[in-house]
Ligand binder design. Structure first.
Ligand code: 13P
Length: 251
């Protein structure tokens, strides 16, 4: 059975004062029955790790370089992330694919770098609105998955997040059937059937339960709604409830 995962991607949000949100979340959920992860900006990694020490909430980064070290001003490497005490890293987010022209081949190289130091890689993929309108969704995500996951990706070291680009930060979500279609399709293509598949894109407390009831959805990668303890806590609770029913956990 795949353990469910609620992952928060803070993106370029968060100052030291915002650590209190993570502390509030930890107090409200002292013993979650699902995995919970917060990925703050790199500037907060060390302090987030300290704030959540001995709490059952893991910390992750949002990107890493392919190299261990070198002349790459402004980048951070996977060993540096592991050195903070973080245990995961988001890779290939559509904002990085768009803003930094990251290719799936680069995402695979970053994933290898993350695996080499024991970080869980959360590999993101998803179609644009134009690609969906053109009927290319399944072809696009299949190709992204094939090129972004390196040899050796398995359920222990890799999570895949399906995030339709047009659903990110827009308040629009695919229909439940559309999410199910893509997740069923991706599940069949995974090199390890137990790799967890997250949905991401405008997940909120109000729609979390219905999304988590979809089989083959093992949790969520949450942007805006992960910034506030109340909202993210409600999403964690919805995932715990879905796990409790067992319905969505059937491989
Ligand atoms: P929103 O939840 O803000 O739509 O962002 C989703 C996302 O991109 C998470 O990585």
């Amino acid at each position: 059975m795949r353990r469910k995962l609620a992952a928060g991607n803070w993106k370029m949000h968060g100052l030291a004062t915002d650590l209190a949100e993570a502390e509030t979340l930890a107090r409200a959920h002292p013993a979650p029955t699902v995995d919970v992860l917060i990925c703050p900006p790199a500037t907060l990694l060390c302090r987030m790790v300290a704030a959540l020490a001995r709490k059952p909430i893991a910390v992750g980064a949002q990107d890493c370089h392919t190299a261990e070290k070198g002349a790459h001003t402004g980048d951070i490497s996977a060993p540096m992330i592991a050195d903070t005490g973080a245990s995961a890293v988001i890779l290939g987010h559509s904002e990085r694919r768009a803003d930094h022209a990251e290719s799936s081949a680069q995402v695979a190289a970053k994933t290898i770098a993350a695996h080499a130091v024991g970080l869980t890689a959360i590999v993101c993929l998803g179609e644009t609105e134009a690609q969906r309108d053109a009927g290319q969704t399944l072809a696009v995500v299949s190709e992204q998955l094939r090129l972004s996951l390196p040899e050796g990706a398995n359920a222990e070291n890799t999570v895949v997040a399906y995030e339709p680009v047009w659903a990110i930060g827009t308040g629009r979500t695919p229909t439940l059937d559309q999410i199910a279609e893509v997740h069923d399709h991706l599940r069949a293509l995974l090199p390890d059937p137990n790799i967890r598949l997250l949905y991401g894109g405008s997940v909120k407390p109000a729609n979390a339960a219905e999304i988590f009831a979809i089989s083959n959805v093992d949790g969520a990668l949450v942007g805006g709604a992960s910034l506030k303890a109340d909202d993210f806590g409600a999403i964690v609770a919805a995932l715990e409830a879905a796990e409790g029913t067992g319905g969505a956990a059937t491989p």
